[in-house]
Design a protein around this ligand. Structure first.
Ligand code: AMP
Length: 206
């Protein structure tokens, strides 16, 4: 099961992804976390992306696609991946499809966490106070939100046309959102019941 968690910054994607890692044994691939780790390590990549991240822009497609490819290569036997904060542009979405296809896989489900901008701005204010993440400062966050509306939200029709998109109310509390996501995954993300193995298949393991 490969899942894209979709939504604006601070919609709760990271929190929900971590729950899914625990509950379903999926691997979380957060390009934001990878880029922050690169910065913390002082690598060339970290230095290259620092300014873009600090000003709320998008790192180049090439860089984030390479980061994802590396993780897909490193985890050939994964039960599935949760893509968190990726893809953020159409070329990224297309690259992800191609990359999964070359591995005989696909994006199975896209869950959009719907949160209103006003509520996100409140949330982020609180997160900035608590964690002091530099790109959460009001000025930069505004740019990140703009980047979402300009570059990322246009992916919604891309996934909708493929019949993969399901919307979940992201304004509810964490556990309620988690239950909504679980319901979507258990019905395979498109309202169809996941095919359950028959009694005989379960008994004889086929
Ligand atoms: P996030 O923690 O996902 O909000 O990401 C933090 C920052 O990392 C973003 O504001 C971007 O500068 C950069 N970033 C993370 N993921 C991507 C991506 N898929 N494409 C481009 N830039 C990204």
């Amino acid at each position: 099961m490969n899942l894209v968690l979709f939504g604006p910054p601070a919609a709760g994607k990271g929190t929900q992804a971590k729950k899914l890692v625990t509950d379903r044994g999926l691997i979380q691939l957060s390009t934001g976390d990878m880029l922050r780790a690169a910065r913390a390590s002082g690598s060339d990549l970290g230095k290259q992306v620092a300014e873009i991240m600090d000003t709320g822009g998008l790192v180049s497609d090439e860089i984030v696609i390479a980061l994802i490819e590396e993780q897909l290569d490193n985890n050939p036997n994964a039960a599935g991946f949760i893509f968190d904060g990726f893809p953020r542009t159409l070329p990224q979405a297309e690259a992800l499809d191609a990359s999964l296809k070359s591995r005989n896989q696909k994006v199975d489900c896209v869950i959009r966490l719907c949160v209103e901008d006003a509520s996100i701005i409140n949330r982020i204010g609180a997160r900035f106070e608590k964690q002091g993440r530099p790109d959460d400062n009001p000025e930069t966050f505004k740019k990140r939100l703009e980047a979402y509306h300009t570059n990322t939200a246009p992916l919604l029709p891309y996934y909708s046309k493929q019949g993969k998109l399901t919307e979940v109310d992201g304004m509810a509390d964490i556990d309620t959102v988690a239950s909504s996501i679980a319901r979507v995954l258990d019905t395979n993300g498109n309202g169809k019941q996941v095919e359950k193995p028959s009694f005989w298949a379960r008994l004889f393991g086929r």
